[in-house]
Design a protein around this ligand. Structure first.
Ligand code: GLY
Length: 343
């Protein structure tokens, strides 16, 4: 097992790259953790979890709500979990977000270990401490930023992922490439989803690159005041359409990235070469780049987006592949361009 330490503010987060089974065997000897997982995933992991208390919940965005967090908290109380307990969130982004949220608020904060089991959770959701629950169609309306103590990245867990889960993960990987890493963009362009699914060494290298990239951004700006906002590329429109049209997160973000990059092109008055490159790469990885939207419904949700501030919102402007900037934009102007964008 390879361990890399990532320092965020005053916290040292250990990232372990290797077998979760070995990690859990060692860990159970020293502490009494409580695992939070999805009932659908539990049969896959139950063999690693002998001797652990396990709280199971239903998966899916519709369960990432305050009522589920309350249920988990009442289970922790039933198990007499005290302030020294450790919560292990084992699952995709819904589980890592809920585990983080509950760990942050239970007894005003307990230890947290995340074991992301989807590609999306490995390269994005498990890193950076953002957590939360949805309120109606509004994504992550309530939550905190609370860093885990440890994260376990076990590539073997990805082997059983269905195809749409791979696509979801690649949406965030492509986002990273677009905003900050032109060489990774070329690497992705010269390969395919099938190549990474079948080549464990390449996949490990890709996950490690993305984990380091995301940590490097969060290290600069844990609280989303500047540099970290770049990670919201595609998410302003993506979050609005995700719950409204019940799209998988990666699909919504892919459509959001195309729309937001077209907006960047329009605002800059330049040709569409950047948005076309993004569109082509997303298609190469099986992601949708457009869908029929009701602009006024989408706009209604964008108006209550966390990123909106008074009459303006932060748009991530892509200057070139691998280079982006946060640009404050007047909401009226954003709405005008949004309505004009036909894709
Ligand atoms: N997923 C965006 C962020 O962590 O900031």
């Amino acid at each position: 097992m390879q361990t890399i330490s990532f320092k965020i503010a005053s916290k040292n987060i250990q990232g372990h790259f290797g077998s979760v089974k070995d990690f859990l065997l060692q860990f159970s000897q020293t502490s009494k953790p409580i695992v939070l997982t999805e009932s659908k995933l539990y049969p896959f992991f139950s063999r690693f979890l002998d001797g652990y208390e396990v709280i199971q919940i239903e998966g899916g965005e519709q369960h990432k709500i305050q009522a589920t967090a309350d249920f988990v908290i009442s289970e922790l109380m039933r198990l007499n979990a005290d302030k020294s307990c450790t919560i292990i969130g084992m699952g995709g982004g819904v589980i890592t977000d809920l585990a983080g949220y509950v760990a942050a608020v239970y007894k005003r904060g307990v230890k947290l270990i995340l074991v992301p089991t989807s590609l999306l959770a490995m390269v994005d959701a498990s890193i950076g401490g953002k957590n939360g629950v949805n309120i109606g169609h509004h994504k992550n309306m309530v939550g905190t930023i609370y860093q885990p103590d440890q994260i376990v990245f076990d590539i073997e867990l990805l082997k059983t992922l269905p195809e749409n889960e791979w696509e979801n993960g690649f949406a965030e990987i492509i986002k990273h490439a677009v905003i900050a890493d032109a060489a990774m963009f070329d690497w992705l362009k010269n390969n395919s989803l099938e190549y990474f699914v079948n080549d464990t060494i390449a996949l490990e290298a890709l996950v490690l690159k993305n984990v380091k990239l995301k940590f490097s951004i969060v290290q600069l700006d844990e609280h989303d005041r500047g540099e970290r906002k770049k990670l919201n590329f595609g998410h302003t429109i993506g979050h609005a359409i995700e719950n409204l049209y019940e799209l998988p997160h990666g699909h919504a973000v892919a459509i959001g990235m195309v729309k937001e990059s077209i907006l960047s092109d329009k605002i800059k008055g330049r040709d569409a070469s950047i948005s076309i490159q993004i569109d082509e790469l997303l298609c190469r990885y099986g992601l949708p780049v457009t869908c029929a939207l009701n602009n006024s419904d989408v706009w209604h949700l964008i108006q209550s987006d966390k990123k909106k501030n008074g009459g303006s919102i932060d748009l991530i402007a892509v200057d070139a592949i691998g280079s982006s900037r946060v640009e404050r934009m007047d909401m009226d102007r954003f709405f005008r361009f949004f309505n004009e964008t036909d894709k």
